[in-house]
Unconditional design. Structure first.
Length: 138
């Protein structure tokens, strides 16, 4: 998945998406769905504020717009789900029990106890992988 870490808050992203849809007259569920389905089920928009790109798809119910960062968009990193889950749980675990969330003992404890994943063999505090995601989320 792509994880956005740019300067815009979730509220700012939502407001910018809706402003774009209002200006394009696509702010109702029916108009939006027709607009995205006309080109294969999704649209990509870019925010001039930070040049990030966002994929818009039709959602269900009251929240009819599904938004996520586009692949390789500025201010995003590509993260595998087990890496993100490990990083989030390591931060939570260290917050409750102490320790460095990027240390091998903490990372391996959450992988074993909560995720059923094998332990990491190398130091997770490196500048890539789990360590990089932990630093991004700190």
């Amino acid at each position: 998945m792509d994880l956005y870490h740019g300067p815009l808050s979730p509220r700012e992203i939502a407001d910018a998406v809706m402003a774009e849809l209002v200006s394009a007259r696509r702010e109702t569920p029916g108009e939006f769905r027709k607009w995205v389905e006309a080109v294969g089920g999704y649209r990509v928009i870019e925010f001039p504020e930070d040049t990030s790109r966002w994929v818009l798809r039709a959602g269900d119910g009251e929240r009819f717009v599904h938004v996520h960062p586009a692949r390789y968009s500025p201010h995003t990193v590509r993260v595998r789900a087990p890496v993100l889950a490990t990083a989030v749980l390591a931060l939570a675990y260290a917050g409750l029990h102490g320790g460095d969330p990027a240390s091998r003992p903490v990372v391996n404890a959450v992988r074993r106890e909560y995720l059923g994943l094998p332990p990491v063999g190398r130091d997770p505090s490196s500048a890539e992988g789990i360590g990089a995601v932990i630093e991004l989320l700190r």
